[in-house]
Design a binder for this molecule. Structure first.
Ligand SMILES: *Cc1c(COP(=O)(O)O)cnc(C)c1O
Length: 417
């Protein structure tokens, strides 16, 4: 047992669904992201089904993984989308996403991005400051349109997660403070080209307890009461994303418990409920496949230098994040403690520290739980072309993004005359 459904050993070889990972490495090369279609569908279905008939919209947070094939898969299942840029809007529309199911988050929306979203007819803008509301009002007015708006409030709740991915504390840049939000809602009539439709929050990522979600929900409902007392009509509540996944020892609440807890907190209110999960939909549906280039033994440590690096998967370098690392061929004996590192010229270029593995040059490894914030955060540092992406569906394999070429890397660059 690998501990990861859809990625498991069969005859000592690690498979994705029914496909051997060594066959994928032979066909598409390494490093390569590999996703399971069944895992993606199961994750979405679990969220969607847990609402059991209550009016809701699951808006997949595109930044977790924005490959068109994944967006299209979710669109076909009826998913909505949470976007944070004009680029993500373009992707969702290209992938067949329904504009009426798109919410637009982010603290720095530009007028051109607002225009594109208004032209597409998105469901809602999650506005994060009064200054942004002023600009959105002007942009919508210029197009003779009315912008549907939620204010993203900052509930000042400790998400108890890594400080770099905590967003709901008053010292974070996200959202509008509660008192200010109430005032801004109350003054919203003065923005003629904006229609208030909802109330939004998002407190952080990789949350492994329900407590902070419940606390946030309580505060948001207090504000909702106050807004309704003032006679404002709020049609939907957007409770953000942030549900964590299991990378190794974590024990995040099951999706069903998370959704039913939110529904219970909200009770019999008439508002439609939106959630914006990213990581929990794609994180455990993907791996990064890599090959050992060299083994290097120093008197101090043993290194396995692999062909994937911090430019392919940034999370270890960025947050000291832990990813399970599994051999593609099991049962090779006892092994040693290795530092799994990439070829990039940075000491932070590691994928795992102190991993007990039996390794030889040329072996393949799977960096697990790499479906979220893996490819989407990748870069070209050290002029490394970005990895290929492959989707497995049963016993079939589809290339969903070609490996980048060095020619593509330099295509926009010019030499001085
Ligand atoms: C990143 C983000 C999400 C998704 O977070 P996950 O932890 O991946 O679920 C949802 N909403 C907003 C506004 C975000 O910025």
């Amino acid at each position: 047992m690998s501990g990861f459904p859809w990625f498991d050993y069969c005859n000592t070889k690690l498979h994705v669904e029914s496909v051997q990972l060594d066959a994928i490495a032979r066909e598409f090369g390494t490093p390569c992201y590999v996703y399971s279609r069944a895992a993606l569908i199961a994750a979405y279905t679990e969220f969607d089904a847990a609402f059991s008939g209550r009016d809701h919209l699951v808006c997949y947070a595109v930044k977790a993984n924005s490959n068109l094939a994944i967006l299209n898969l979710f669109a076909r299942l009826g998913s909505g989308f949470d976007i944070v840029s004009g680029g993500e809007l373009h992707r969702v529309l290209k992938a067949g996403g329904d504009p009426q199911k798109i919410v637009f988050s982010g603290v720095g929306k530009q007028p051109a991005e607002m225009r594109a979203a208004l032209a597409a007819g998105i469901f809602c803008f999650n506005v994060e400051s009064e200054a942004e509301l002023v600009v959105l009002d002007r942009v919508a007015g210029g197009m003779n349109k009315t912008a549907p708006v939620s204010l993203r409030v900052n509930p000042d709740v400790d998400a108890k997660t890594h400080p770099y991915i905590s967003t709901g504390l008053k010292e974070n840049k996200f959202g509008i403070a509660f008192d200010e939000a109430e005032k801004l809602y109350a003054s919203s009539e003065k923005f003629a080209n904006v229609r208030i439709t909802g109330l939004d929050c998002h407190i952080g990522s990789q949350l492994t307890e329900l407590g902070p979600f419940i606390e946030t929900c309580g505060r948001v409902l207090d504000l909702l009461n106050r807004l309704e007392t003032r006679g404002l009509q709020i049609d939907h509540l957007d409770l953000g994303g942030g549900l964590g996944i299991r990378y190794s020892g974590e024990n995040p609440p099951p999706v069903g418990d998370y959704v039913t807890t939110l529904c219970k907190e909200i009770g019999h209110r008439r508002q439609r409920i939106l959630i914006e999960p990213g990581r929990a939909l794609v994180g455990n549906a993907g791996i990064l496949l890599t090959r050992v280039e060299y083994l290097k033994h120093t008197s101090y440590r043993d290194f396995a230098i692999v062909d994937a690096a911090m430019n392919d998967l940034t999370r270890p370098a960025l947050y000291d994040a832990y990813h399970e690392i599994l051999p593609i061929m099991k049962n090779k004996g006892n092994g040693k403690t290795f530092q799994i590192v990439g070829p990039v010229c940075e000491t932070s270029d590691f994928l795992g520290h102190d991993r007990k593995l039996a390794l030889s040059q040329g072996d393949l490894l799977a960096i697990m739980s790499a479906g979220a914030y893996g490819m989407s955060m990748s870069s070209n540092y050290n002029s490394r072309p970005r990895a290929a992406e492959v989707m497995v569906d049963g016993n079939r394999t589809y290339l969903i993004r070609e490996r980048e070429s060095v020619e593509q890397l330099i295509a926009g660059e010019k030499i001085l005359p």
